[in-house]
Design a protein. Structure first.
Lengths: 291, 301
């Protein structure tokens, strides 16, 4: 460390960069290498050719898992966004009952993914679960019926993440100047008009932030589904990250799983790029400062 | 971006005026016409959130007999703390200690490496440092799931498999991009003049770090600590893949394991789930602003 210099030298940043490089950047390169091996989990793998990739191209199950991931992303977004906006805007109000209720609304934030998935497993249990004690709901086998289990997973993941997005919307709504609403009220604009013409347009940057996080998050969701359904029944909820995990760490085909991982990495990169470009996510950050 | 610690409560405190609640449009603008639709929707959502949580706590105090025979929404007929005893005998204390060690160590690494790095990034305009920063921001877009296999290879090659360090190192690495971003933005907000004044007084970079940066960056350090701690506390993927034995098991994995171990003893499982939430719940009660700030680190504008 050269203490004589006026400004901190690059050495101050080096340990962080090396550490991050070793555990995050090196693996990014390594996973590509591994996708060309037939590693089964022992020793250091040697190259074995392109068979993983030819297999991946013909793998119908991989394609299905990607399709399911896409469906899961779209459904999660469609469910979470309107609810999070509504609750966020509602919770931004000053009434005391809203303050108390929003404290309750945020409670799911305190539970880990494992805790949430285990909780919902027992809530939805067909013998002793809560749903069995309720009318209508007791007719469904939420985790065992292949035609509804996807929606169950979307619901549980939404239950987990809506509070987080609500938090973003609540903070953003509170940042909207009261004078706008006062002016609108004088102009005779009703509650709904105010919501659609003032609140919603001014939340657009938050909608973008929240959507980016939601899409990227649901693209990689894996632990909730692993605990909740294990990908089942059958392959009904086996999304792409879970397919990769099962291939790698249950079947121990780590080489092939790496090929799937590379695909996920590429798709994830493209997704982030497209969403951030299309929405001006980066510019938004600075524009938001002014609001 | 920098005021990630800004969250509902601060804003609320700052904007409380003598006027009746009028700040929000759809909120209490006109008292004579309450928003029934919003009220109904909020109640529905309240039920969706509260019923499972009520069930969780209620069931954790049930006897097994009670659990199997009564309506799950009734209060426990014969409340018992027995399930909590079972959980404590079932390895829970080990899991708790392991999780605490992982959390503290991860936070120490992230704060220890990111504060000096952010200081360099904020003050050193050299290409090397700035390039390095851009590279680390790529990390914001790397899903940990996609690199878990090579991380597993690295950890086994380093002979760290099935140790707590195996969880700590990658967890810290993946928390770094957000932590560094938050930290850097906060240090960039310190006026140049303050740095310059210190330097004119003959202080070297390390002295400036200690006497200027650390005190002024306290809120940001709190934010990244909470953010990192939550990640470590709730982490599932790294422990799942990188550890195996009971001695290195953390809470999240322990819960999953309880499910197999307890079989039909659902009250026992739910007692374990309830216990795992207690530390974060205490943080929510006594340091809500820090918790919410950490949760939305980097995004909570």
């Amino acid at each position: 460390m050269q203490t004589g210099l006026q400004r901190p030298s690059a050495w101050y940043a080096t340990p962080a960069l090396l550490f991050f490089g070793l555990f995050a950047l090196v693996p990014m390169v390594l996973v590509v290498y591994l996708s060309f091996t037939d590693w089964r989990g022992f020793g250091f793998p040697g190259l074995s050719g392109t068979e993983n990739w030819t297999r991946l191209v013909q793998d119908g199950e991989a394609l299905d898992s990607l399709g399911l991931t896409l469906l899961f992303m779209v459904l999660s977004w469609l469910v979470q966004t309107p609810i999070a906006i509504m609750i966020g805007v509602w919770a931004a109000g000053k009434q005391r009952n809203r303050a108390v209720l929003s404290t309750l609304f945020f409670l799911p934030l305190l539970l880990s993914t494992a805790a949430i998935a285990l909780l919902w497993r027992s809530v939805l249990d067909t013998n002793f679960g809560v749903t069995q004690a309720l009318p209508v709901l007791d007719r469904f086998n939420f985790l065992g019926d292949t035609s509804i289990v996807v929606y169950t997973v979307v619901f549980v993941v939404s239950w987990q993440y809506i509070p987080f997005h609500t938090l973003l919307y609540q903070a953003a709504t509170r940042g909207i100047p009261a004078s706008l609403y006062e002016a609108a009220t004088i102009d005779g604009a009703g509650r709904f008009k105010q919501f659609f013409q003032i609140t919603l347009p001014l939340l657009r940057y938050t909608i973008v932030t929240s959507s980016v996080l939601m899409l990227v998050g649901s693209f990689t969701t894996f632990d909730t589904i692993l605990i909740l359904t294990g990908g089942g029944p059958g392959t009904a909820t086996r999304v792409a990250p879970l397919y990769m995990y099962i291939t790698g760490f249950s079947a121990y085909e780590l080489g092939y799983a790496s090929a799937i991982a590379v695909l996920l990495l590429l798709l994830g990169g493209v997704l982030s790029l497209v969403v951030t470009r299309a929405t001006g996510f980066r510019n938004m950050q600075s524009e938001q400062e002014g609001v | 971006m920098t005021q990630t610690a800004i969250h509902p409560e601060t804003i609320k405190a700052g904007s409380t005026s003598s006027r009746p609640p009028r700040r929000r449009g759809s909120a209490g603008g006109r008292r004579e016409k309450p928003n029934h639709l919003a009220g109904v929707l909020a109640t529905v959502w309240l039920l969706i959130v509260a019923v499972p949580l009520y069930y969780l706590v209620a069931a954790s105090f049930r006897t097994r007999q009670d659990y199997l025979s009564t309506n799950p929404l009734n209060p426990p007929a014969d409340p018992t703390a027995e399930n909590y005893g079972t959980v404590f005998e079932g390895g829970f204390p080990t899991y708790l200690v392991n999780t605490a060690v992982v959390t503290v160590a991860t936070v120490a690494i992230v704060v220890g490496l990111c504060v000096p790095a952010a200081y360099a990034i904020a003050r050193n305009t050299g290409r090397l440092v700035q390039r390095g920063f851009s590279i680390m921001l790529i990390g914001l877009a790397i899903p940990a799931q996609a690199t878990i296999i090579p991380v597993y290879l690295l950890i086994t090659q380093m002979r760290l498999y099935d140790t707590l360090l195996a969880i700590i190192l990658p967890t810290a690495a993946y928390a770094m991009p957000v932590a560094l971003l938050v930290m850097t933005n906060s240090l960039r907000d310190i006026p140049k003049e303050l740095y310059e004044a210190q330097t004119l007084d003959g202080a070297g970079p390390f002295a400036v770090l200690r006497s200027l940066v650390l005190p002024l960056a306290k809120p940001a350090i709190t934010t990244i600590s909470v953010f990192t701690a939550l990640n470590a506390w709730n982490g599932f993927l790294f422990p799942l893949v990188l550890t195996q034995s009971k001695d290195t098991r953390v809470l999240t994995l322990g819960l999953w394991d309880f499910q197999g171990q307890f079989g039909t003893n659902v009250p026992g499982l739910l007692a374990a789930v309830t216990l795992s939430v207690v530390p974060i719940f205490l943080l929510y009660l006594f340091g809500r602003r820090y918790l919410l700030g950490g949760l939305t680190a980097g995004f909570g504008k």
